[in-house]
Design a protein around this ligand. Sequence first.
Ligand SMILES: Cc1cc2nc3c(=O)[nH]c(=O)nc-3n(C[C@H](O)[C@H](O)[C@H](O)COP(=O)(O)OP(=O)(O)OC[C@H]3O[C@@H](n4cnc5c(N)ncnc54)[C@H](O)[C@@H]3O)c2cc1C
Length: 340
Amino acid sequence: MAHGPRVIVAGAGALGLNVALALADAGCAVTVCDPAKAPQASSVAAGMLAPVFETVLDGGDDADLDLLLSARNLWPALAARAGVEVDRSGTAAVGSAAWLAPVRAGLTRLGFRGADLPSSLLMGLAPGVSADVEALFLREDWRLDPRQALKVLRQAAEAVGVAFKAQAVRERGDADWLVIATGAAQGLADVAPELHKLTPIKGQILRYADRRGGRVSLRGEGAYAVPGADGLAIGATMEPGRDDAEPDAASLAPLVAAAARLFPELAGATFGVSAGVRAASPDGRPLVGASVTPGVILAVGARRNGWLLSPLVARIVTAQVTGADPGPYATRFDPARFAA
Ligand SMILES: Cc1cc2nc3c(=O)[nH]c(=O)nc-3n(C[C@H](O)[C@H](O)[C@H](O)COP(=O)(O)OP(=O)(O)OC[C@H]3O[C@@H](n4cnc5c(N)ncnc54)[C@H](O)[C@@H]3O)c2cc1C
């Protein structure tokens, strides 16, 4: 039985589970509460751990590359600790020479050099990919299977005494700390007003159950492709301001077209759709650290990189609870940066 601080973690997604496991490993008595059967954004995600291509292709701030790489570098130890399967085969950017030129320039600006893949090699790594594309391969971006990761993180947490309750949290109660890891939900905004800073961004992702897609993830024009045990995932829409997780065929046409450009055999193929809601702060970085409300810590707002960032978020939250050094990135995540 743990004798450290009593902590309630609201939310059992990527952030909540990682926080709970790290806190329990540090000796805290942790209870995770979540009323949902499956955490919405974390379970539909593609699972890319992609510090480099997210920076180059998603307009990320180059100055944050160091923290994204640091977060990624925490994954091998976490994989060993909890049994998360991390695939480090790498990622190829694929497209026309004109589309790849700024990607190549972006990599160079960040200090990376992608390897040009001859088409025979690309076909071996990603069978069925369009014969019209060129490819730039990078080992730095990895991936995991979100559903496998959620399962084993929960098992690892339970094995070190974390209790799970299928209920919503409304207040800290008599716990020493409440960690809010509720994704895009606003239900606890009266407890932590910082949650009002979050904007929802709906994301829809296609899954072609009978296609595997090969061994590496692909980043293409208007879509990425991630192979997985339950099929080839093609993602994802970015729909700011929408907080519903309902699949919506009307907004999928550009993604379906991009999928067929990447893999011509996908034209007309049957796919499933899942949707989740990402939470984004005004500067795109998460809100991690003390709320203005005493005893409350935020772990929200990880936007497109929640899986990637979750071990780093867990480390910062654990330091806050135990009084340890939160490391060099805590100030960039501090919720107080938006205080008027
Ligand atoms: C289509 C799509 C693709 C993505 N691809 C990637 C990717 O490739 N790589 C990557 O790193 N990230 C990706 N992301 C982003 C990533 O999924 C999110 O950043 C991450 O999952 C957020 O995790 P979370 O734990 O903060 O939130 P969630 O997974 O949303 O979990 C929050 C949980 O809190 C619970 N909750 C809400 N209110 C309460 C309450 N009052 N009490 C208790 N529980 C509550 C909810 O039920 C929910 O289960 C993707 C997202 C989407 C939508």
